[in-house]
Design a protein around this ligand. Sequence first.
Ligand code: SPV
Ligand code: MG
Length: 305
Amino acid sequence: MNKTTQFRNLLASPKLEFLMEAHNGLSAKLVQEAGFKCVWASGLAMSAAMGVRDHNEASWTQVLEVLEFMSDAVDIPILVDADTGYGNFNNVRRLVRKLEQRGLAAMCIEDKLFPKTNSFIAGEKQELAGVEEFMGKIRAAKDTQRDAQFALVARVEALIAGRGMPEALDRASRYAEAGADAILIHSKKSTADEIFSFMQQWNHACPVVVVPTMYPSTSAQTLQDAGIKLVIWANHLLRASMTAMQQAAETIQREHSVLSLEHQIATVADVFRVQNEAELQAAEKRYLPSHRAVQVVKDKARIRG
Ligand code: SPV
Ligand code: MG
């Protein structure tokens, strides 16, 4: 089944579905291996992995390169965190073209201004886009997509910006009117209370997506009971890998040896497995002239020592 249809099926699923963050081809593969049905290509995680901040410091084409590696790496759909769409409606149109060309199933745009600031950065004033302007971006995206199944998630930042529930509800229903296939309602509160309050008043014009980074103790069942359709675990592979990399680097630096780590980390064989080295070896047998294959075997033997 193609990826856009897979994503649509998740939106239509009668039960709560989960997206897991990835930030490069490797992490996308690990998300798929773990059994998730969809990847969240997180702007925060991709920028952090590139060593820059989540303020659109990486250009949209640099992000696109990462997305292409991720898309090639997995068979499950990817929901792209496309920030504000990297400009106005016209930039959004070009972005949709490029995402479709590279096999991305869906994109999420948020109603802030370019360059955006991560929603959890304290003390930053979060400027919102005008409602009409953002609706124009949604319509432009929907008019541009060639695959009718490509999905657009409109992210409402009114609660993040402290603009109150009536504005959040109004923006959500107007974005649905403009053609959004789902609404992401974001909150930075440590409980899900404002999310539940939103859900009680929401007209259910389209499915709702949440990112419970700041309210992690809310159970999946409670979110499902509130009528939420998709949950995004937005940054946990990035954070897990940071901890693992810090510990490994500190241990090796301290001990001047890799010995105590050897049994705790992925083996080189694991790396080859995730890279699907086996497929290339089978292909070499099929496609390389036999003398070439013999040479390859000799070369490999020499490298192994
Ligand atoms: C991201 O993962 O980049 C997101 C979610 O946009 S958040 O960091 O909560 O803004
Ligand atoms: Mg983001």
